[in-house]
Design a protein around this ligand. Structure first.
Ligand code: CTP
Ligand code: CA
Length: 234
């Protein structure tokens, strides 16, 4: 696409990017998923590759095709556990990890081997959930214990505000909690962000660098994030 002018901002760097949504199995045919389109993660992968990075794209469920580009290696993942395993396999010794995937917070506590049946007069089943592992936080924590995980870890946060607290304030608190270097915050609501082509984000930095807000297509947003990544790695 014409938005991606090639350059060498990330020449010689390798970046792992997660994109799309996770799916958590309930039985062999059903899962709990989310509405992530994968567009922002794919735009990031293309923007990074066009700046000379080697990209490993950890792709969950997406509305769009995974990109084909000589600098992008695509690894398909389904569940949060598979994503965590893929991050731990591919991210060591890389320069950056960007967690653009919409990762499930909860999964069914048990998965049945047979399809759940409906019976005429039996009550509907109750689905018990348990928390998934937080891939982003686990990455930051394991790096702190000496594992060779990327020096720049970027998270995304989809935030809604309420009467007292703005989406951005929730984002700033999340940056602290997650312990990553950069957090990209976007405001979500019905019809906002998920599946849309445009995005409106604020880039927050743990090192006190001034917040940057970016409006535009997901390609424009991706380019701005990749530029900030290149600065952070310089
Ligand atoms: N994330 C993750 N593993 C999870 C959940 C989220 O790695 N199990 C990552 C996402 O990829 C994203 C960041 O954490 O980069 C923030 O996700 P978000 O859903 O906004 O934050 P949560 O910590 O899950 O908090 P909440 O959903 O309650 O706002
Ligand atoms: Ca979440």
């Amino acid at each position: 696409v014409s938005e991606f002018h090639s350059g060498d901002q990330l020449a010689g760097k390798s970046v792992v990017i997660s994109a799309g949504g996770t799916r958590e199995a309930l039985d062999p045919v059903r899962y709990l998923g989310n509405r992530s389109s994968g567009k922002q993660g794919v735009a990031l992968a293309k923007a990074a590759a066009s700046q000379g990075a080697h990209v490993t794209l950890l792709a969950g469920a997406m509305d769009i095709q995974a990109p084909t580009h000589h600098n992008i290696t695509v690894v398909r993942i389904e569940s949060t556990q598979e994503l965590l395993d893929a991050v731990m396999q591919h991210a060591p010794h890389k320069d950056a990890l960007i967690m653009a995937a919409a990762v499930a917070d909860f999964r069914p506590a048990s998965v049945t081997n047979e399809k759940i049946k409906k019976e005429d007069d039996a009550a509907a089943p109750t689905i018990v959930l348990e928390q998934t592992e937080d891939v982003l936080r686990t990455s930051v924590e394991r790096r702190a214990t000496g594992q060779p995980l990327p020096r720049v870890i970027i998270g995304f946060a989809a935030e809604t505000g309420d009467e007292e607290i703005s989406p951005l304030e929730y984002g700033r608190a999340k940056l602290q909690r997650k312990g990553c270097e950069i957090l990209v915050v976007n405001e979500v609501g019905v019809g906002k962000v998920f599946g849309q082509d445009d995005n409106d984000v604020t880039i927050l930095f743990a090192n006190g660098r001034e917040e940057i807000s970016v409006q535009g297509s997901k390609d424009v947003v991706a380019k701005a994030i990749i530029e900030q990544l290149a600065l952070a790695l310089a």
